[in-house]
Design a protein around this ligand. Structure first.
Ligand code: NAP
Length: 290
């Protein structure tokens, strides 16, 4: 059993922290900006809530963060009363936010100056993956730190990989988002075409999902897409945040991402349709609007 802090009890963090307590059996202290969520968490799982990230992190062996973007992450780690100011030497900061590789390197340096370790550890698997404790976790950092952190991370994960040095976890998550962007647009176009052709879409998907075109998105989203329902997971606003990180990194490393850049613009159009909180399969709504 370890002493663990969890900062950021959103859609993802709330159940992830819950698994650290119930499945991992750890002594968990939580912090959330909106204190009511932290109180609700303690009522549901036990453990304790702290008033600041620094207070939550004090005396902990592992400190998890799962907030929105780079700036949110800076605020809860190196900002006023940030986690790092409360962490003891030897403790490890594990960040599950989807953020840039740059901020990961920045935080690794700040952690090192305090005698602490850092692992960037963004996740994939969505709300359902977090609730069921079966996330995929893509880590960047030193092997020795990873070996210490892995058994703790295991409480909310099905797959945990060390991808390379600090930043490699975030870079891997970027590849994940690149692959999803093009795929969802392809699926949206397929469904759009199928409807225009007057085919029975359920029948079409039943057959082609067993062939080379099959995908998780096809299996899990075709039905709701066909019904024009877009309330099933990862929001367009979050995807745009992620694609912005991806495209910035691509400008740095020289990768050509023409389809990803185009799909990012399409998501911009979905936002203009009022789809900020719709899930990423809402690319179809944009096609049907025309
Ligand atoms: N949702 C998904 O399916 C999914 C999947 C994979 C990865 N992710 C990534 O995981 C991260 C969290 O996503 P989520 O869906 O859990 O988001 P969310 O439900 O919006 O929760 C965000 C959490 O961060 C806190 N927060 C945000 N800005 C903050 C700040 N400046 N200071 C302090 N706390 C702050 C929020 O506190 P309040 O409660 O006070 O607002 C909340 O606890 C994001 O980077 C997202 O891209 C999400």
């Amino acid at each position: 059993m370890a002493k663990v802090a969890f900062i950021g009890l959103g859609v993802m963090g709330y159940p992830m922290a819950g698994h650290l307590k119930t499945k991992g059996g750890h002594d968990v202290t939580v912090y959330n900006r909106t204190a009511a969520k932290a109180e609700k968490w303690v009522f549901e799982f036990g453990g304790q809530a702290a008033a600041t990230p620094a207070e939550a992190a004090s005396d902990c062996d592992f400190v998890f963060t799962c907030v929105g973007n780079d700036d949110d992450l800076r605020s809860v780690t190196i900002g006023e009363n940030g986690a790092l100011s409360g962490m003891k030497p030897g403790a490890i900061l594990i960040d599950n936010t989807t953020a840039s590789a740059e901020v990961a390197r920045e935080l690794a340096e700040a952690a090192s100056a305090k005698g602490c370790g850092f692992i960037d550890a963004p996740v994939s698997g969505g709300q359902a993956g977090a609730e069921n404790g079966v996330l995929t976790v893509m880590c960047g950092g030193d092997l020795a730190l990873f070996d210490k952190a892995r058994p703790v991370i295991d409480a909310f994960a099905r797959m945990v990989g060390l991808m390379g040095p600090v930043g490699a976890g975030q870079l891997t998550k970027m590849i994940n988002q690149i692959c999803i962007a093009g795929l969802v647009q392809g699926l949206a176009e397929g469904i759009h075409f199928g409807k225009k052709a007057g085919l029975d879409l359920e029948k079409v998907i039943e057959v082609i999902s067993k062939g080379a075109a099959g995908s998780w998105q096809m299996e899990n989203r075709h039905k709701t897409m066909n019904e024009g329902k877009y309330e099933f997971g990862f929001a367009v606003d979050w995807m745009r945040k992620d694609l912005d990180i991806v495209l910035s990194e691509a400008r740095r490393n020289g990768a050509a991402l023409p389809v990803t850049a185009l799909v990012d613009q399409f998501y911009g159009e979905v936002q203009k349709l009022g789809g900020n909180r719709w899930d990423t399969s809402s690319l179809l709504a944009r096609l049907e609007k025309k």
